[in-house]
Design a protein around this ligand. Sequence first.
Ligand code: SAH
Length: 448
Amino acid sequence: MGKKYRVGCKGLDDFGKGKIVFNNKPFSVPYMLPGEKGEIELVFRAKETAAKLVSLDKLSEARVEPECQVYETCGGCHVLHMQYATQLEWKQQKIKDLFPEEDRRGILAPVIGMEDPFHYRHKIYASFANGKKGEILAGIYEENSHRVVKTKQCRIQHPLANEIISYVAGLMKKQHIPAYNEDNGKGVLRHIYIRIGEKTGQVMVVLVTGSKEFKEKNIFVDGLRKQFPQITTIIHNINSAKTSMVLGKTETVLFGSGTIEDELCGLKFDISSRSFYQVNPVQTEKLYTTAVEFAGLTGAETVLDAYCGIGTISMVAAKQAKEVLGVELNETAIQDAKKNAKKNNCSNVRFIAADAGEYMVQLAKNPEAVKPDVVFMDPPRSGSDANFLNSVVKLAPKKIVYISCNPDTQKTDIDVLKKKGYRVEKMQAVDCFCHTRHVENIALLVRN
Ligand code: SAH
């Protein structure tokens, strides 16, 4: 045990850890909240000194019991020990601190939160590992490692997913089917990936094995279908790569159609396992509705939806636009998008499988190509790229609606757009990831 020191917490860092200053040096203390006082211990490691919370003698009014047995090892949630209303205030403040005054003037309303912020994740995965006594461990990997944290009752995942994961782990144990071992390539099941349609109740289960061989497949298919009649499709996916990605490229449908259907904003969407679909469908509707409201469509606009996934924003916008063009890198998602357009009788949308940046460069070069009036962009966490940003300003849409799951990269990209003739007019954050440090932020940029 190292020496203990009494400190007070001044605020939260980006990861939801308590900020303290000790000996004029800043430290982040996990699980300490602003206003709290207590004892910490300094743990000296090779590269840095970490601060550990030992005890608290003054508690924050925002503190709540996390009610999760693996909260401190799992790392999936960051602020489960803070009451939800305070989490929303914190996320709002993070955005305010990130953007300059001229941008944050656009923030008119607080972060849109959830009425019931639990069990919201409808896309769930777990990894399997062999325990020491022949038991099967199932859960997510401990942060920055490949050690499985056994999670029985996750408070942010859909409860049905928790049940399915426990059932599969139990079946593996009963039938002596070992988990895949990444180090020696032996064993069978590596991960399970589950998607649940919020409105339809349809359920997809993807069983990921480490090699092609899957002679036990019928044990799982028969067992799962019997135990969970809600399951509408089961897929076998092979992932033999040394990677932290859950799904590999090759898959076979074992039962059902290989897709599930869900509904958003009154439209129906077929979703393949390997296409992106938002994790929190309740908040996604609010996200899309706000984004489309920001665009202020009148029915006359040509709209470009970049990073469009299975065409969800495209089709919501198409109801109020002349035409919509969706661009997305993942070909499976584009196939889904095309099917979804037919399914919804949406005749004014088109989809193209391409790198969004490269496609924008082509559009900007070609004087006969479409000239969008409005661009929606919803890139991955890493943000957009120079190709995209330089070309979008050449195409000069009146409005750009930038939807982002990472306000840090969004800010960097917005700074580029601001230098090239755009200003931020509105901003609205939507909490799609309750109890974590993440938040979605929508910015409306208007051409000067
Ligand atoms: N707007 C969609 C998808 C957002 S997620 C929705 O709300 O569901 C970001 C999407 O960008 C993913 O579908 C991903 O496949 C896609 N993507 C990632 N890099 C890309 C690139 N360079 N060009 C086009 N799309 C890309």
